[in-house]
Ligand binder design. Sequence first.
Ligand SMILES: Nc1ncnc2c1ncn2[C@@H]1O[C@H](COP(=O)(O)OP(=O)(O)O)[C@@H](O)[C@H]1O
Ligand SMILES: [Mg+2]
Length: 262
Amino acid sequence: MNPILEVNGLSKSFGGVIANHNVSFSFKEGMIVGLIGPNGAGKSTLFNMLSAVLAPTSGEIKFKGQRIDRLPAYKVCELGISRTFQNIQVFKNMTVIENVMVGHHSKTKSGMLAAALRLPSALKEEKIILDAAMEKIKFVGLENVYDQNAGSLPLGKLRLLELARALATEPELLLLDEIAAGLNHQETREMSMIIKRIRDKGISIFVVEHDMDLVMSICDKIIVLDQGKKIAEGTPEEIQNDEKVIAAYLGEEVVENIEVTG
Ligand SMILES: Nc1ncnc2c1ncn2[C@@H]1O[C@H](COP(=O)(O)OP(=O)(O)O)[C@@H](O)[C@H]1O
Ligand SMILES: [Mg+2]
């Protein structure tokens, strides 16, 4: 089986800052893959390139064997990659269901004019989008708040809303950037169960996450970045015992210890 995602020699610089340096890896479809590394390691930058928010400085990205690193973001979305953001990006003045419908609209066929004229074709499509959006809302467990303004939701529910909207484009590969950041223990457990259910639907998942319990419990494979470079790749067990990984994280733990004792 060919890899669903293949990254070859990918680099990204911002002026003098090298956010990603010569990163290569690939994985097969149907996996949950983790991307970890200390703050500033280049994880979000890598996701921004995979979703075509940023163009690489050099290197290539292949999705299902096709080069996507020079395509615009909407094309990459159409091909089947969808994402959530580390800093939640929802429309706060719109309801939950309207936010999810925005995701679906990126794939509708009727034009803007048909929708504006409320032609039967557009109305029928609107109903299909509504039903599909509701299905995603139920899938993440937000049906009780589907008509509430997104701005009134607590963080845990906002993260679920972003997830529902990302699912609305019917992706084959889902990129989740710190999807459990700020969630409590119970919410994190629920999130990990939802992620596994998404994988069981046949969607591949690439997840950036700081919560090591979450990463180690759900991932089939883990890739580790440090200062823009890939320093390790392997199963959760291999990663937990990897000298380079332990060394990369040691700096962070020392800082935590100082905070605890001081
Ligand atoms: N748009 C940008 N402009 C300039 N520097 C950036 C930009 N985005 C990220 N960086 C820098 O690139 C490095 C990697 O950042 P990032 O990918 O956000 O790391 P991570 O998500 O692993 O914490 C950091 O040094 C960061 O300051
Ligand atoms: Mg980040």
